[in-house]
Write a protein that binds this ligand. Sequence first.
Ligand SMILES: Nc1ncnc2c1ncn2[C@@H]1O[C@H](COP(=O)(O)OP(=O)(O)OP(=O)(O)O)[C@@H](O)[C@H]1O
Ligand SMILES: [Mg+2]
Length: 471
Amino acid sequence: MFNTVFKKMTIVYFIVILVTFMILGFSLIKVFENYYFESRTQALIDEGQKLNSTIIDYLNNKVSYERLYITLQSIERFLNSKTWVIDKKGIIYGVSSESEEKWIGKQVSTNDVIEVFEGNIVTNRGEYDEVFGGPVLTVGIPIFINGKVQNAVFMHSPIYEINEALNEVSELTITTLAISLIIASLLIYYTTQRITKPLTEITKITKQIASGEFHKRLDIKSSDEIGELCLSFNNMAREIEKIEQTRKGFIADASHELRSPLTLIKGYVKGLMDTELSESKRKKYINIIYEETDRLSELISNLLDLSRMESGKYYLELETFNINELLRRSIIKFTNNLEEKNINVDVNFSKDPLMVLGEKDSISQVVYNIIDNAIKFMNASDTRKLIIGTIVEDEKAIVYIKDTGAGIPQEEISNIWTRFYKGDKSRSRQIKGTGLGLSIVKEIIKAHNQNIWVESQVGDGTKFTFTLELS
Ligand SMILES: Nc1ncnc2c1ncn2[C@@H]1O[C@H](COP(=O)(O)OP(=O)(O)OP(=O)(O)O)[C@@H](O)[C@H]1O
Ligand SMILES: [Mg+2]
């Protein structure tokens, strides 16, 4: 449950939250403190300066000490600040409350006092701790008489209030921090669960698929990246299952295809062992055996071709050649078969020579297989004609090979590219073939990044067309 993803995310989130809160809390306290001290200092300075005239009046005997004392007392009440009035020698002669009277007559000679007598306003924090039994904010103000500093007023305001306020800020920060951490933990837990649960499921299903259970699928529905991953995973699993089925089917088909000629060969070899066999029969048997071994070796070489192309290690050795020339040569190769079946050949080249880029030998195989089919599947009853041509269209060379044979039934067309597919079973029995020709053709064209397609009409004939890159 508390897996590593959760731990990692928790650590990261906690660090982020802690740092944020520390920065925020610290800044808040500083801002608050500054604001407090500034406004407090200003209030003290304002009041202290108001004392100037009262003190002058007192020194000129215009008002009594009582009067000065009452003024100082009201300031203490109003601002909660103990106030001293000091003469030039630093001796305290005026205070703001009875409890302060013990200071009267005492001399103060701190640096503050010296600075105030130089004419400056002095503010200080915590300097008088021992005197007031706690931190104070002290403001010293010079009292000018006839433009000269004659006296000074010192006001001490306890700063425990600000400390209380700051403590509250800290407490609030810590409480919100704790709440944030709890909420973050819950959120992290919830999110990691959403991530790790599917991951665990994916791991489980992956292992099952790896052990051969190709039908296994993920059942996770989510609209985020996880959902997308699951969808891709299922697609991959489906593809693997399909490949596995194809592989099984391929092995079954291949063994079947290999077995039939072998069975035949075995039967005829057994027949040959008969010593009383007539010479003519012997010749016939040997002929059949020869043909079947031929078929076997063709089948095997086709299978090897296919597996080479599908292994992914099939690299084309591209060269520039005249496709028209290649077509002419291919037709020549079939001269015997064409004459045998009495087939006329029409050749139409819109541009001659037509240079293309491709692997010459494999393109030759493509052409060979298609012409071979065209001749093979033309019956005696057909108008036996073979039309071969090239055109240039959309910056591609287009090669077409059309026959006037029986045509391929609509429902069979999509199957002709499948390995071992040999069309109508009853027909294929009389016509030799492995059913691999067009699969090889398709693989070659695919490797060239080109297209091949077929148009066929039963009774009308079949037209194979493929594209090639112009050179
Ligand atoms: N020109 C054509 N006319 C009619 N049917 C065709 C034609 N070309 C292909 N077909 C059909 O498509 C099937 C598959 O062709 P493919 O070339 O792959 O196999 P094949 O010719 O039977 O065997 P192989 O080419 O290995 O000798 C054929 O068996 C046939 O039924
Ligand atoms: Mg063929």
